[in-house]
Each structure stands twice: as structure tokens, then as C-alpha cells.
Write a protein that binds this ligand. Structure first.
Ligand code: FE2
Ligand code: FE2
Length: 338
């Protein structure tokens, strides 16, 4: 018999759902009230200087100060646009599975998905409003997102893979946004867009992580597939965030070196500064992959091929040293915003 048919929710997961549902009812982001929509827009940086793609490469010295600032504007705008596309897709897809009844045996889960979708609809409106505020026009649709739900989850199955792909994107994007924008040195509005979003995304990510923990043993084939697809997917998402030719062309760099993408792209992807930022983004995710068996010694090769060997080793070391009484250091809901 299909093990899903007998599945009941664990008390820990039921508790978490209760907390998440209450938190979502208590405070919800407002399109009108939670951000400083009156900030002047002249000369603002939308992300930290040391997080723009060319920082720490020879290209930084070839750019003017205004070009560096514009890079901070368009790189952030391109993230916001990616969020808009993704959040439109996820709310559409999750509402579809709710309406289809794929999760009807778990009404508390369905209740939380309603909050989740409503929150994503408002987030997409906030990102759109922020792009308009800073006069940033839309970017082309990110190709790796276009068919994420249409190819990867049929309506007849329990949607664990789709939930997993969703948290991979949300978690990586959130870690990236907090690295880039949680700083008092940048535009107050850009920081508020990131921080207010993170407060609700932290709940989405904890929900997704725990959906996987809860159902991993009752969805056949999920773990094996996750062990194959995770490393290459994360590699392409991390690299996409700093290698957008469209972003570079919008800045309009004067120096000719910026037209030679064959040299420019590897230089930004492989800089020591980018590797440092990437490893901070990856660290909590890597610990989770080891905990649930998505990364282990037997599939270490695929992590190595995708440039995550050191991240996997660091995560492994963490578990070797961890004491039995230590709490979950990666609970995203415990984030300190200052
Ligand atoms: Fe969101
Ligand atoms: Fe989300």
C-alpha cells in the first residue's frame, strides 16, 4: 500500500504548522505601510558596494563610481524581477494543488499554503512597486524558472519535489538578498524591501524544510532524484545572480573591457570575493543537505563537479563537532535583522 495513505503528521510538525499559521495571521506585510516609499532616489546604492559583481576584480578599477552605483541598482532590480516571476509562478502553482485536492488529507498544511500564497502575491506587488520607484524596467524572463512547475510536478502526485525546488530557490535567494541588502549603508527602501520580505520568507523556508523532513520517507524516488539535481541547480542559480549580460549592458560601462564577456564573466564568477559570499549563502543549506541525506560520501562527486567540495566538507565538520544538546542554528526564523 502507498505509505502516504497511512501518513499522519508528527506532533513536532503539527506544532510548527500551528505556530506558522498564527504568525501569518498576526502580522502580514502591507503594500502601503511597511516601507519608506518617500525616500529620495538620487545617488542611492541598492546593495552593498562589496557585493556588486565586479568588486574584488580588476574590472572594479576600470569602472567609474557612477557605473559601480548603477551596477548596484540593476543587479538588485534584476533580483527583484526574478522574485516577481518566481512568486507569480509559485502562488499560481500552489493554489492549483490546493484546488486540485492533492493535500486534502492534511488540512493544517493547506491552511498554511493559503497564507503562503497570499504573502507571495503581496511580495510580488512590493517588488514591482520598488522597480517602478527606482525607474527600473523589467528584464527578460529567467529561462531556468520558466518551466519549473510545468515540467516538475504533475497534479496526480504528492507535490514534494515542487515544494523542494521552491525552498531551494527561496532559501538561496533569501540568503543572497540578506547578504546584499541588510545594511544601513544602502538605500533605506532597498533594505526594507529585503528585510520585510525576509520576515515572511523565513516562515516559508522553515515550512518547506519541514515538509521535506516530514514526508521524505513516504514519497518513493524523491531522495534519489534530489541527490542528483540539487548541486547543478544551485550552481546555475548562484552564477546567474552575478553574470547577467543584460545588467552589464544597462549600466553602459564606458571601458571597452566590459564588452568582452568571454573574459568578464569568468572573472566575476571566480573572484575570491564572490567565492566568500557564495560560501556564506551555501553554509546553512549544505548542513541541511547533509542532515537529510541529499549530500553524503557516496554522491560527493556531484558536489565536487559543481564547485561545492569545500562547502560540503565544512558542513560535515560542523556535524562532527556539534554537541547533542545544541539547537538548530539554521532556523531561519531566528534571524537577527541588525
Ligand atoms: Fe516572497
Ligand atoms: Fe516565499
Amino acid at each position: 500500500m502507498n505509505p502516504l495513505k497511512k501518513k499522519t503528521l508528527s506532533p513536532q510538525f503539527s506544532d510548527l504548522l500551528d505556530k506558522l499559521n498564527k504568525a501569518s495571521e498576526k502580522k502580514q506585510m502591507s503594500l502601503l505601510l511597511d516601507h519608506p516609499w518617500d525616500e529620495p532616489i538620487d545617488n542611492v546604492w541598492l546593495k552593498k558596494r562589496e557585493n556588486i559583481a565586479i568588486y574584488g576584480t580588476p574590472y572594479y578599477d576600470l569602472a567609474s563610481e557612477e557605473e559601480r552605483r548603477l551596477l548596484s541598482v540593476y543587479e538588485t532590480g534584476s533580483w527583484w524581477y526574478t522574485f516577481i516571476i518566481f512568486e507569480n509562478l509559485v502562488s499560481e502553482y500552489y493554489m492549483k494543488i490546493v484546488n486540485h485536492g492533492s493535500l486534502k488529507r492534511f488540512p493544517e498544511v493547506v491552511k498554511y499554503i493559503h497564507h503562503f500564497c497570499k504573502e507571495e502575491i503581496v511580495h510580488a506587488m512590493v517588488f514591482r512597486k520598488a522597480m517602478n520607484y527606482f525607474n527600473i524596467s523589467p528584464f527578460p524572463m529567467p529561462l531556468n524558472l520558466k518551466e519549473i512547475y510545468s515540467h516538475n510536478a504533475s497534479m496526480s502526485e504528492f507535490p514534494l519535489k515542487a515544494i523542494y525546488l521552491t525552498i531551494l530557490i527561496e532559501w538561496l535567494a533569501e540568503n543572497n538578498a540578506m547578504e546584499d541588502c541588510n545594511s544601513k549603508e544602502i538605500s533605506k527602501l532597498s533594505r526594507a524591501v529585503a528585510v520585510e520580505h525576509h520576515k515572511e520568507e523565513a516562515r516559508h523556508i522553515e515550512w518547506g524544510k519541514n515538509m521535506i523532513r516530514e514526508f521524505i520517507d513516504v514519497v518513493p524516488g524523491f531522495l534519489n532524484e534530489a541527490r542528483e539535481i540539487t548541486a547543478p541547480m544551485l550552481r546555475s542559480m548562484l552564477d546567474m545572480s552575478v553574470s547577467s549580460i543584460m545588467v552589464y549592458s544597462r549600466v553602459g560601462f564606458k571601458d571597452k573591457a566590459f564588452k568582452n564577456y568571454k573574459d568578464l564573466i569568468p572573472a566575476v564568477l571566480n573572484s575570491e570575493n564572490r567565492k566568500r559570499i557564495n560560501s556564506k549563502i551555501m553554509a546553512p543549506m549544505m548542513r541541511y543537505f547533509i542532515e537529510i541525506g541529499i549530500c553524503d560520501h557516496e554522491n560527493r562527486q556531484i558536489w565536487k563537479e559543481n564547485g561545492f567540495e569545500k562547502d560540503a566538507e565544512d558542513a560535515q565538520d560542523y556535524f562532527k563537532k556539534k554537541s547533542a544538546t545544541e539547537t538548530d542554528i539554521d532556523n531561519v526564523m531566528n534571524k537577527n535583522y541588525d
